[in-house]
Design a protein around this ligand. Structure first.
Ligand SMILES: *Cc1c(COP(=O)(O)O)cnc(C)c1O
Length: 833
């Protein structure tokens, strides 16, 4: 694709600017080349080889590079100010940052959207089509990685000095295609055309050691020292991405590490003439940051994953310490006053022994002083109660790969177990139960315990989640250290998830309320006063309809299914996992399908059901659910008796960019996990902000959403967490199936092979799981209550005016779920920044 050259004249002669100077002045006070966006864009375009025609892609790169250039000055100023340590520095460590696209968000925060449109006008290209050329930075799996991305936006917007530390994966989250109803994974080479936002900063290189062994000696003062020798070192190279705050001039940094072979190690090998060996080793070093592990909410037991974790932790800590030493020398007595480190789940928790190692081995601090610093710096966020997600690494793996780190873990454990023995005198079982080392034929390091022991703060991510942590999984730790535990309910950034992704609604809100809501979402509360306003109701409905039309185009293109914008849009998009219960949704679609076949269409509300999400490549049950959804969709959409009432699509390759189109167009948001299993959820909040109504269980942040919006504006169903827990004892799925004629009928259809005539038996594992007395997700138990809630939703939808009022109320009450609120609480209660 290409676009024409500027109409009037060559780009080089484009007039720099004849528009309001507001932004220019703000951003160029101290900038040497006083350059407008338009002039900078022309310069970039003229530096390319294009003569008559420019590829749109070049134009995207030129615009992104220009925007980055405009940020450089503020970026430097932010850094200069922060490294004076006037305020506490926060390091947010995460193996995942699910950033999505950066252009639209940056323009919004920098107030450069209008100027960009104008600069582009001479190229006869609109901003939206350029934005659509940007690759998603898909450096995460789902909620956990997206949370990190929302937090970065809020930290910058709240003017907090936070650096995100992560890994610059060459391959991000895999691309999903659906072939014959099955998921097929493809590589995500997001860097293939270059990343215009990143800056390689080689002066921040550090070296991370692996393998080798330890040696110890006693110095003249009689003190024992340990050295870690014969290591295979890997170079960590920093790539920085700018994180602009909303209209405040702050530019924070996301620092992503890339692994490379060290130069000196190449040299020795080269000198020995072993060229091929040296090149092969180089590959080994570069492997570390090659690919993101695509597992959401389950453990990644692979050695390479531990290498990634240590690589990130060590590089980031060395960076922090280097910065400190540069400013303050090697006196660390105030280091913990100036720094705090938030661990996004246990993934980077090897940072605990690594900080001890650096302080004790490299800077020769006494153990006690180093421990005091470590325990004043570390804060840990837990993200899940699912046992299969709790990280444990074989001691054997540590022994080989990180021998010195293991010694330090042992030392931490020994000292900590003295505290345990003191608290529970004579209780040997307690020692074994709470030890960081899990004994057995294959001993393991319990990473969550390591994180709790060293952290001054341990938080869950929603009220129920934190309550279940302190009464269940971490009960003993809560008894030992109640003061460490706290809740921080998740949130999502209103810049990306309302202002940017839903321009129609954003314009309507701003027309009514002014634009303060973008920086403070609690302003939306004032909408509640207008729920009876007929004009607002009509405009609100028009906005939703227009958004639904837009999504329909995408569904038609991606799925070949026609969604009718007049029908209810009923949506469930998230990672595919049994606990999230896409199955319950599919069973309900089958139920509706059967009702329509039977001619029971009285009072039936026509609806379009959308499911989307990726399954971990090794998770066969999740992949089978995609196949079931695809097959059911095929039966539904190809039957003209059905389609006036029901359409069903599985959307391939769900990602941040897809969600930006989906949540503004959704009427009904499905948040239907088994109670007690979803830590918080954040998709639920994006939908609520955009005026969707929720059908959901009492799980995660749904509970708090319900509290805000009221039961009358929420379709609640299902067992609560306590009921799930007590029913677990003797669960009788068959009882629930027998007691529900609707579910019985659905099971009959499924078991008859109606949806898999050419592939007999393929859905047996799903059928068995529903009927199993040990089904941990209790799908059968919640079906009838879910069906009733769906009936209530349908009946509410039949009164468009009232539905719209409920929709307005949902948006109005979503202010509490801005990540600005969450981050303000992290700042005040954990970071003290
Ligand atoms: C918000 C988001 C998630 C998290 O969704 P949940 O429904 O909370 O699991 C996952 N993936 C993407 C792309 C998202 O934008």
């Amino acid at each position: 694709m290409s676009v024409s050259t500027p109409k009037r004249q060559g780009v080089s002669k484009a007039k720099p600017s004849d528009k309001p100077l507001k932004d220019d002045v703000k951003f160029q006070q101290n900038c040497e080349p006083s350059d407008s966006l338009s002039a900078s864009l022309s310069r970039y375009m003229n530096n390319g080889l294009g003569q008559e025609e420019y590829a749109q892609h070049d134009l995207f790169h030129a615009l992104a590079s220009s925007v980055k250039e405009l940020m450089l000055d503020k970026w430097r100023q932010t850094r200069a100010k922060d490294c004076q340590y006037q305020t506490k520095q926060v390091a947010y460590l995460s193996l995942e940052f699910l950033m999505g696209r950066a252009l639209g968000n940056a323009l919004l925060n920098l107030q450069l959207t209008d100027e960009s449109r104008e600069a582009l006008s001479q190229y006869a290209v609109d901003l939206e089509s350029l934005e659509s050329l940007e690759q998603d930075a898909g450096l995460g799996n789902g909620g956990l990685g997206r949370l990190a991305a929302c937090f970065l936006d809020s930290c910058a917007s709240l003017d907090i000095a936070v650096t995100g530390y992560g890994i610059r994966y060459e391959y991000g989250m895999f691309a999903q295609r659906i072939v014959d109803g099955y998921q097929v994974e493809g590589p995500d080479r997001w860097l293939k055309d270059g990343n215009p936002w990143e800056v390689r900063v080689p002066n921040h290189n550090v070296t991370v050691p692996f393998f080798g062994h330890t040696e110890s000696y006693i110095d003249k003062q009689g003190r024992r020292h340990v050295t870690w020798v014969d290591t295979q070192d890997v170079k960590a190279v920093a790539y920085d991405m700018p994180i602009p705050g909303y209209r405040n001039g702050r530019i924070n940094t996301l620092r992503l590490w890339k692994s490379e072979a060290t130069d000196d190690f190449d040299l020795t090998e080269f000198n020995q003439g072993d060229y091929t060996e040296a090149v092969a080793r180089k590959n080994l070093a570069e492997q570390i940051t090659m690919v993101l592990y695509p597992n959401d909410a389950s453990e990644n037991g692979k050695e390479l994953r531990l290498r990634q974790q240590y690589f990130l932790s060590s590089a980031s800590l060395q960076d922090l310490l280097n910065n400190w030493v540069k400013q303050n020398g090697t006196d660390f007595s105030d280091f913990a006053k100036a720094n705090v480190m938030q661990l996004n789940d246990t993934h980077p928790s090897v940072a605990v022994p690594e900080l001890m190692r650096l302080l004790v081995d490299h800077y020769a601090l006494e153990w006690d002083q180093a421990w005091k610093i470590t325990t004043n710096i570390m804060a840990y966020t837990n993200h899940t109660l699912l046992p299969e997600a709790l990280e444990r690494w074989p001691v054997r793996m540590f022994e080989q790969m990180l021998p010195r780190v293991l010694e330090i873990i042992y030392e931490i454990n020994g000292r900590y177990l003295e505290d345990v023995a003191h608290h529970w005198p004579g209780d040997g079982d307690m020692l074994a139960k709470m030890s960081i080392i899990e004994e057995g034929s294959e001993p393991h390091v319990r990473m969550a315990y390591l994180a709790i022991v060293a952290s001054f703060s341990v938080n869950g991510v929603a009220g129920l989640h934190t309550q279940l942590l302190t009464s269940g999984l971490f009960k003993d730790f809560y008894e030992l250290w109640p003061e460490k535990f706290n809740n921080k309910t998740n949130g999502v950034t209103p810049r990306r998830w309302l202002a940017h992704c839903n321009p129609r609604l954003a314009a309507l809100l701003t027309k009514r309320l002014g634009d303060q809501w973008v920086g403070d979402l609690q302003h939306l509360h004032s909408l509640s006063a207008f729920t009876e306003d007929k004009a607002l109701i009509n405009e609100w409905r028009e906005v939703k309809l227009a958004n639904k039309r837009e999504l329909s185009l995408m569904i038609a293109k991606e799925c070949g299914v026609e969604f009718n914008p007049e029908m209810m849009f009923d949506v469930q998009v998230k990672r595919i996992h049994e606990y999230k219960r896409q199955l319950l949704n599919i069973l309900h679609v089958i139920h509706l399908y059967h009702e329509i076949l039977q001619g029971n269409t009285d009072g039936l509300v026509p609806r379009c059901v959308l499911i989307g999400g990726k399954a971990a490549p090794g998770y066969s049950m999740a992949k089978l659910l995609i196949k079931l959804a695809s097959n059911v969709a095929h039966m539904v959409n190809s039957d003209p008796q059905i389609t006036p009432y029901l359409r069903f699509a599985f959307l391939p390759n769900y990602n941040v960019t897809a969600m930006e189109k989906i949540c503004p167009a959704t009427d009904l948001s499905q948040q239907i996990s088994t109670a007690g299993k979803e830590a918080s959820g954040t998709g639920n909040m994006k939908f609520m902000m955009n005026g969707a109504l929720t059908i959901g269980t009492l799980d995660g942040a749904n509970i708090e959403m319900l509290e805000e919006v009221g039961e009358e504006n929420f379709f609640l169903f299902g067992l609560n967490a306590n009921q799930v827990h007590s029913l677990q004892e003797d669960y009788q799925a068959s009882q629930f199936i027998n007691d529900s004629p609707a579910l019985k009928q659905v099971m009959k259809l499924l078991e008859s092979g109606h949806f898999n005539l050419l592939e007999p038996g393929i859905f047996d594992p799903i059928i068995e799981s529903i009927k199993s007395p040990s089904d941990p997700w209790m799908t059968a138990a919640d079906f009838e209550s879910y069906r009733q809630a769906q009936l209530r939703a349908a009946s509410a939808y039949q009164d468009p005016e009232n539905w719209t009022k409920m929709s307005i109320r949902n948006t109005a009450c979503s202010g509490r779920f801005s990540s600005d609120v969450t981050i303000a609480a992290y700042r005040d209660e954990i970071w003290k920044a």
